[in-house]
Ligand binder design. Structure first.
Ligand code: NAP
Length: 238
């Protein structure tokens, strides 16, 4: 795909991995709509990305769990940039506790954000992507195949996202829409109330996941790497 002047939506683009992807896309000359729930953070991030990149960036307040807000976000992309070519379903949350200790509210938050939110964004975006073809990339996790204690909710959400992505890939490929999912290991972000830190320099950085996204978009039309695993090359010894 020639990325110049193409339009991308990146959910959860105010910080962490989504922000890294937004910066990489804007520096490739793409116009980007980023979304998040926190208005100040998404507005500030969009301004900074626009100042640094070749493409423009618009920040939209949108909770992916809310269908109406997702509709508005997709409408805003079309209003600002006329077409929609690329969708990055990145917004995601994790909370880690034994099933007997996890509240129904937290379990619901994880499934509604990581699975139902992705459905909302795809449901609203696909009619626009069909017009000229495009690409959907879902940010899953190595937790989408590796189960661990205290991760039942997060595992369920990312195992589910992998299945969703594979079905969608088969559904859309004849419409010239590619679907891939990326499964990162530990990334140095704000995930689960963490803070990016030098102590975590051994972890993947957001720009590593951004590079995979840019590489996927550059693949020849005939080629579809539908699932990508990426992990720190030297994980910290426990
Ligand atoms: N960090 C890791 O080690 C790691 C590893 C594998 C996969 N992942 C996946 O990578 C993705 C990004 O995580 P990250 O590490 O970059 O986390 P992060 O630094 O916490 O960033 C999460 C982003 O998602 C947004 N967000 C959260 N809930 C949202 C909602 N309901 N609607 C819209 N936006 C929402 C946040 O903004 P607001 O809070 O303002 O909404 C923020 O912009 C997630 O899907 C995560 O599961 C992370």
């Amino acid at each position: 795909m020639n990325l110049q002047n193409k339009t991308a939506i990146i959910t959860g683009g105010s910080k962490g991995i989504g922000r890294g992807i937004a910066e990489a896309f804007a520096s490739e000359g793409m116009n980007v709509v980023i979304s998040a729930r926190n208005e100040n953070e998404v507005t500030k991030a969009a301004r900074e990305i626009s100042e640094r990149g070749k493409g423009k960036c618009v920040g939209v307040v949108c909770d992916v769990r809310e269908h109406e807000q997702v509709k508005q976000m997709v409408a805003s992309a079309i209003e600002n940039f006329k077409t929609l070519d690329v969708v990055i379903n990145n917004a995601g949350v994790g909370k880690f506790a034994k099933v007997e200790d996890m509240s129904p509210g937290d379990f619901r938050l994880i499934i509604e954000t990581n699975v139902i939110g992705v459905y909302h964004v795809c449901h609203e975006s696909i009619p626009h992507l069909k017009k000229q073809g495009g690409y959907i990339i879902n940010i899953s996790s190595l937790a989408g195949t590796n189960a661990h204690p205290k991760m039942a909710a997060y595992n369920a959400s990312k195992f589910g996202l992998n299945g969703f992505s594979e079905a969608l890939m088969q559904e859309l490929r004849d419409d010239n829409i590619k679907v891939s999912y990326i499964m990162p290991g530990s990334v140095n972000t704000y995930f689960n109330d963490d803070e990016p830190s030098d102590d975590n320099a051994w972890q993947l950085q957001p720009e590593d996941i951004a590079r995979v996204c840019v590489d996927l978009l550059h693949h020849d039309e005939r080629s579809l790497p539908s699932r990508v695993e990426i992990r720190p090359s030297k994980p910290q010894k426990k």
